[in-house]
Design a protein around this ligand. Structure first.
Ligand code: SF4
Length: 435
């Protein structure tokens, strides 16, 4: 038995005991259900272990050479490829994906750009602190979940940050106040105690709460008597006192806060509120933790920044990076692409139908380890090994800390890692067909 890191989500728990007979994972101890499911993927029924190409409307198993030939044919007849996904692969694979985008003069974007990446870029511009899990465990006294439901998406996050006893505090949960702001009573509300603050906010009224907090920032006495966004005056006062009085507070932001709105930028207003509180704080500060779900959602920006000096999406023309205002969504909306290479994600299931139907109407190459809605419409499917179990590599935890994943067992059929496959695809393009 040995200790390994779980790649079931972006928390990357490094305390998972795994027993293996050399061929299979036979026992997993310490992982949550989601983590256990990650290990179960190795022998899952929907595992893909052979490359496939669509022929006469149906996906058929083919040789690796034939799959590379078909993929090369699609890429060579495309002049405006879209590369998307890359949050469920290592940083090495992300870099190989960027090299492929550079080679084919494509546009590359990760899942993070429609999720936590939005915050990251703005927080950097405003100079807001991003905190780490260790920092919250050791020093935290206020945890605010805003539109975030870690009990179901990052199951062991609250175990670590809320219930752990910190190095610099003799007490743990007893002195940590939990505030949850959400329009629905999620599973995370179940861990709340008497001194915590559950705030059920009216749907799409986060902006009203933020603006009121900005106005009343340092004067809890002047909060509106009628409350705001469904939160009454007394709870608003308590929220303000927590925000302005915490020594080491953190706001954990989830998907619930990032839905775009045509009339205002919620993310920007929330970050401005944080900046305002921190400027006026006498003894403490409030920082941020971004709750991306995929295990390497944070890595893409780090790789893009270190290799190309920019973060977020990248666009290439004449094999050079060019500035772009586009996003994955705008590219699809404008129909500004003629083929797609999807890596480790399922956009056909996750994007709105108006966008996914556009993706489905153009040639699509999928690199993934199990069948999904996207694999059902793909023209070429390349299977790969499972990162964190069948291959190792560098990934970034949700708090931007780099972690090296280890290989535990060999993949079936000697499947390549995502990095190897993308590198072979580049080679195949250079050679004009088979690898
Ligand atoms: S919380 Fe995430 S990383 Fe930790 S065991 Fe569960 S799935 Fe794995």
């Amino acid at each position: 038995m040995k200790r390994f890191t779980c790649s079931g989500c972006s928390l990357l728990c490094d305390d998972i005991i795994v027993k293996t007979d050399g061929l299979y994972v036979t026992e997993v101890i310490g992982a949550c259900l989601k983590g256990k499911e990650r290990f179960d993927l190795v022998s899952a029924q929907n595992r893909i272990t052979k490359p496939m190409v669509r022929k006469d409307g149906e996906l058929k198993q083919v040789s690796w050479d034939e799959a590379y030939e078909k993929a090369t044919e699609i890429i060579k007849s495309s002049s405006n490829a879209l590369l998307y996904g890359f949050s469920n692969v290592t940083c090495e694979a992300q870099e190989a994906g960027m090299k492929l985008a550079e080679k084919v003069n494509g546009f590359i974007d990760s899942n993070a750009s429609i999720c936590q990446g939005k915050f990251l870029n703005k927080a950097r511009n405003l100079g807001i602190n991003l905190t780490t899990i260790t920092e919250i465990i050791n020093k935290g006294d206020l945890i605010i979940l805003w539109g975030a439901n870690p009990a179901e998406t990052i199951p062991r996050l609250l175990n670590k940050v809320l219930f752990s006893r910190g190095k610099f505090r003799m007490t743990g949960r007893e002195i940590k106040t939990l505030v949850i702001i959400d329009p629905i009573k999620t599973a995370s509300f179940r861990v709340m105690g008497v001194r915590d603050l559950p705030l059920i906010i009216e749907t799409n009224k986060d902006i009203d709460l933020i603006r009121t907090l900005k106005e009343e920032c340092c004067s809890a006495d002047s909060v509106p008597p009628e409350g705001v966004a469904g939160i009454d005056q007394s709870d608003l006062k308590r929220l303000l006192l927590h925000l302005t009085g915490a020594e080491n507070g953190v706001i954990i932001l989830g998907q619930g806060v990032i839905q775009p709105h045509p009339d205002y930028d919620l993310v920007e207003e929330l970050l401005e509120l944080l900046q305002m509180i921190n400027e006026r704080q006498v003894k403490g500060r409030i920082s941020l933790l971004l709750m991306g779900g995929h295990f390497n959602m944070a890595g893409f920006d780090h790789v893009a920044l270190s290799v190309y000096g920019d973060f977020g999406k990248l666009e290439f023309k004449n094999n050079q990076m060019v500035k772009t205002e586009d996003t994955l969504i705008s590219k699809i909306e404008k129909d500004d692409f003629d083929s797609t290479i999807v890596v480790g994600t399922d956009p056909i299931a996750h994007l709105p139908q108006s966008l996914s139907s556009k993706l489905a109407n153009k040639p699509l190459i999928l690199i993934d380890n199990h069948s999904t809605t996207t694999s059902h419409i793909a023209d070429v499917v390349f299977p790969t090994s499972i990162t964190g179990i069948e291959n190792g590599g560098l990934v970034y935890r949700l708090d931007q800390v780099p972690i090296e994943l280890q290989k535990i067992v060999n993949p079936p059929n000697n499947l390549p890692s995502d990095e190897k496959l993308l590198t072979e695809l580049i080679k195949s393009l250079n050679q004009g067909g088979s690898k």
